[in-house]
Design a protein around this ligand. Structure first.
Ligand code: XMP
Length: 326
């Protein structure tokens, strides 16, 4: 049987009991495959790699080595949360690499979106490779591939893209959730005890804020974007929208306009709010936000974030716009 094809007889995982049965089955399989060897995992902090990490920690404990590469393009607090959950709470063997300077130095002055993506993807593989070489006795590479990844592509996930490792670092793959749909991954994540803000996390592109800090990334504009994005998330949370809206974020273009602050001319960037609903990300509609909420967000961002002097709401559905600005 093709191990990459979901059997027609496989029931959808909906209940906690079904998730428990799936977990028990995978624990046995992983233990049988891995034995006393070691497994490496790139832990981005997204839903899929997090669920794989929690599952493998349960199966093989410290034989799993998780590597979290902070490329400096994470949302506010996300790398800290990875450390808190996986190192402090789950007691995983976690290697944390703060590679912010490496990524931002490479990206300096680069404005073309595809070029930025290439640099981020390429640098990620190099950092991961360096960490992999420091580890002794790794035989397996775990990946958070899920079924839609297999259906849509060659099964190698863009943001876990460690498929570009050199020949001498080709490990056998372990992909415990490769036959699951996203909603099933979330049910399994909950059954594993992962917190809601991780299990129900919005999709986050592999290149992270790199696709939202438009044009050539500078540290000050990236900082402004991250802070504005954190305010947006906080206000959505307070308004009960955190888990209702499918994806929401801020993009900051490389454009300044004139404004006034404390009676003086103040040139700043605009923060663009994007808040969309979709089922498959192929098409998307706009969330109809209350004006009172938009005013509150505008007020907070323009007062609290250095460098931002306007807030805009993007009303463009997909198509014609894509979800990300890029
Ligand atoms: P677009 O902008 O094409 O985005 O409408 C559709 C969805 O895909 C997400 N996205 C990515 N996800 N790696 C990912 O895992 C990526 O490189 C990437 N680029 C975009 C985007 O956030 C949206 O949910």
């Amino acid at each position: 049987m093709d191990g990459n094809k979901r059997p027609d007889t496989m029931a959808r995982i909906v209940t906690a009991a079904q998730a428990d049965a799936f977990i028990a089955d995978q624990l046995a399989k992983v233990r049988a495959t891995v034995g006393d060897k070691k497994v490496l995992l790139a832990l981005s902090g997204g839903v899929d790699s997090s669920v794989v990490a929690a599952l493998l920690v349960k199966a093989i404990g410290k034989q799993l080595v998780c590597v979290h590469v902070n490329h400096g393009l994470m949302r506010k607090g996300e790398s800290e949360q990875v450390i808190k959950i996986f190192r402090d709470e789950i007691d995983a063997n976690l290697v944390y690499v703060d590679a912010t300077d490496r990524f931002l130095d490479k990206l300096a002055g680069v404005s073309a979106p595809e070029e930025k993506r290439k640099i981020i993807g390429g640098e990620f593989i190099r950092v991961f490779e360096e960490e992999a070489r420091k580890q002794e006795g790794i035989e397996f590479l775990a990946q958070g591939t899920i079924y839609p990844d297999i259906l849509e592509s060659d099964g190698v996930k863009a943001h876990h893209n460690v498929g570009g490792l050199p020949e001498d670092l080709q490990f056998s793959l372990i992909e415990p959730i490769k036959l699951l749909y996203k909603d099933e991954v979330r049910v399994v994540g909950r059954a594993l005890g992962l917190p809601r803000d991780l299990v129900d996390r919005q999709p986050f592109p592999g290149p992270g804020l790199g696709v939202r800090c438009l044009g050539a990334i500078t540290r000050d504009r990236l900082h402004a974007l991250r802070e504005a994005d954190a305010i947006l998330r906080e206000e959505f949370d307070k308004a009960g929208l955190a888990y209702k809206v499918w994806q929401y974020f801020i993009a900051v273009p490389d454009v300044k306009s004139v404004g006034v602050k404390d009676g003086k001319r103040y040139e700043g960037w605009p923060a663009i709010i994007r808040a969309v609903n979709t089922t498959d990300a192929m098409s998307a509609t706009i969330e109809e936000l209350e004006y009172s909420l938009l005013h509150r967000i505008t007020d907070r961002i323009t007062h609290e974030v250095d460098g931002i002097n306007r807030v805009l709401y993007d009303l463009t559905p997909k198509p014609i716009g894509t979800i990300e600005w890029e």
